[in-house]
Design a protein around this ligand. Structure first.
Ligand code: MG
Length: 254
């Protein structure tokens, strides 16, 4: 069921979103060669708790940490741990905060030190594909419109979108209806209405989109070893321009 949020729910979503954004900023500031992904996890957890929120991923379906930390060919659901980041790596960080029962959910991909032009281009195309999709996160458009815009932009730039993992509604649950694929499916999906909250999250592969799941039963990795990038924001649908819950307006003007 797709929920329409009340005014008071939206106020809580805005706070959860701001804290989720802040957690990503805190992690970004800590990303450098020599840091471990477990240390980045601590940074995010400490920040979320300092803001009176809970980390939504920890314990979700058994997930063991505050952030998903997915390095290079790992695209989503990486476990933070003793892995040491090195110059030239790229890391996808996905995080969520809960404020009074409401979720924020967002992801970014960061370069570690100096990265290759190709890795930077992958990160940039992934981010821009989110904004291509965002043009259709407005009352009256269908899910299909968002999916098509993301896929078209990614493929036009020579990359592929991950299959089988999707954006989603967000609210009292981290994952609510509707599903928002980053690729066209045979269904057109629901029409968006003001008051819905959705997380749009392109997951992009440098080469082929086929993946496997690691022995930890979570981490999704490209079969061909190609790099991957992820970019996500939680969004409130309105009658007009979409309201980004996990990105300040100044930073959305690209
Ligand atoms: Mg998400």
């Amino acid at each position: 069921m797709v929920t329409i949020k009340s005014k008071s729910e939206i106020e809580k979503m805005k706070i959860a979103g701001r804290v989720t954004y802040g957690a990503l900023k805190a992690v970004e500031a800590a990303v450098k060669p020599g840091v471990t992904t477990a240390e980045l996890d601590k940074v995010a957890e400490k920040y979320i708790h300092s803001q009176g929120c809970k980390a939504s991923f920890k314990g979700y379906g058994g997930f063991p940490a505050t952030i998903c930390a997915s390095v290079n060919d790992e695209i989503i659901h990486g476990f933070p741990g003793p892995r040491v980041l090195k110059e030239g790596d790229i890391i996808c960080v996905d995080v969520g905060a809960i404020y009074k029962g409401y979720n924020g959910d967002a992801a970014r991909t960061f370069g570690v030190g100096k990265i290759s032009d190709e890795a930077q281009r992958l990160i940039d195309v992934t981010k821009q594909s989110f904004f291509e999709g965002l043009n259709f996160v407005k009352e009256g458009y269908r899910i299909h419109d968002i999916s098509a815009a993301i896929q078209r932009y990614v493929e036009k730039n020579g990359y592929s979108v991950l299959r089988g993992y999707c954006g989603h509604g967000v609210g009292a649950e981290m994952h609510e209806d509707p599903e928002i694929p980053n690729y066209v499916t045979p269904t057109r999906g629901i029409r968006l209405k003001a008051g819905m909250c959705v997380a749009v999250e392109p997951m992009v592969c440098q080469f082929d989109y086929h993946t496997y799941v690691a022995d930890n039963d979570w981490t999704v990795i490209t079969k061909d070893g190609g790099l991957t990038a992820h970019y996500e924001n939680s969004i409130l649908v309105t009658n007009g321009e979409p309201y980004l819950l996990t990105l300040p307006k100044e930073e959305a003007e690209v």
